[in-house]
Design a protein around this ligand. Structure first.
Ligand SMILES: C[S@@+](CC[C@H](N)C(=O)[O-])C[C@H]1O[C@@H](n2cnc3c(N)ncnc32)[C@H](O)[C@@H]1O
Length: 273
């Protein structure tokens, strides 16, 4: 059994987590065990997860909880720091990071609405130490239109993160767009069932500056992407007609675009089913 699952089960207070989360926690948080780090969890509920984090990470870890319900302050007697506030309020976050400084792990298990998740993410990215993570839970709410989640919508957390995927690609010099703060801070994004994980690491970002050529020679291969092939032998008898037609149609032209879009549409249909 995963160590963190044992810590979950043996917690003296109740906690609710989906069963696929434990493996993800263990894989992305193992490197923080027995380190002087700060973990912040939004959403305390009955407090059980605070004990789980502490038992998993060890005594050196500082565990902070954030909660809307003022009663959560009672968990301070167990050595946790508790802040009462609303995760969808940007001024709460400014004040929080002013008081606590940068943190290493942020777990968002709060209210799970679009505004709460997005505000938390955007107000926190700058406040995570290099090598740290932001882990947003219950992201299936991006696809729920009941319990007040009003999704799917263009403002769901998941849709919002796809814009950040574009930001990461700005690090490649072939994309002619200015780097922004997110491009300079988020190393990678990982998607799981109901969890999105942001890996924060400024130091790893320099890798995409150069396109490496292992022999330092000019490439002398024929790039077939740009070659027109209308030779019977190459296509074979069966595919000759399609092959011949394809070779006559400009890859940049409208007909080709319609053809490509049609194929992609079919694959999209498969995804949406
Ligand atoms: C799913 S429970 C947390 C469960 C807990 N992490 C556990 O493992 O058992 C969600 C918690 O988030 C709190 N919450 C809801 N909206 C919030 C908000 N806007 N800001 C801070 N906490 C919020 C709720 O009061 C509730 O205690």
């Amino acid at each position: 059994m995963k160590k963190i699952l044992k810590n979950f089960k043996s917690s003296p207070h109740s906690s609710i987590k989906w069963d696929n989360y434990f493996e993800i926690y263990e894989n992305c948080l193992n490197r923080f065990v027995n380190k002087n780090i700060t973990l912040v969890e939004i959403g305390i509920g009955n407090g059980g997860s605070l004990f789980m984090w502490r038992n998993f990470l060890g005594k050196k870890a500082k565990i902070i909880g954030i909660e809307l319900n003022p009663e959560a302050k009672k968990f301070e007697k167990y050595g946790f720091k508790i802040f009462i506030g609303d995760q969808s309020d940007p001024t709460f976050w400014k004040d929080f990071y002013n008081k606590n400084g940068k943190i290493d792990i942020l777990i968002d298990d709060g209210g799970h609405t679009n505004l709460q998740q997005i505000t938390t993410l955007m107000e926190s990215v700058e406040n995570i130490n290099n090598g740290g993570v932001i882990l947003i839970e219950d992201t299936h709410t991006s696809f729920m239109n009941y319990k007040g989640f009003k999704n799917p919508s263009k403002n769901s957390l998941i849709n919002f993160t796809t814009n950040i995927i574009e930001n990461l690609h700005r690090r490649n010099p072939m994309v002619k767009k200015k780097m922004n703060d997110l491009s300079k801070k988020i190393y990678s994004i990982e998607y799981f069932d109901s969890i999105v994980l942001f890996n924060i690491n400024k130091k790893k970002l320099s890798y995409s500056k150069n396109l490496h050529n292992n022999k330092n020679l000019n490439p002398h291969f024929i790039d077939y992407r740009f070659k027109r092939i209308n030779d019977k032998k190459k296509y074979g008898k069966k595919n000759f007609v399609t092959g011949f037609l394809k070779s006559r149609i400009s890859k940049k032209g409208l007909i080709n675009r319609v053809y490509e879009n049609n194929i992609i549409k079919k694959y999209l249909k498969k995804i949406k089913n």
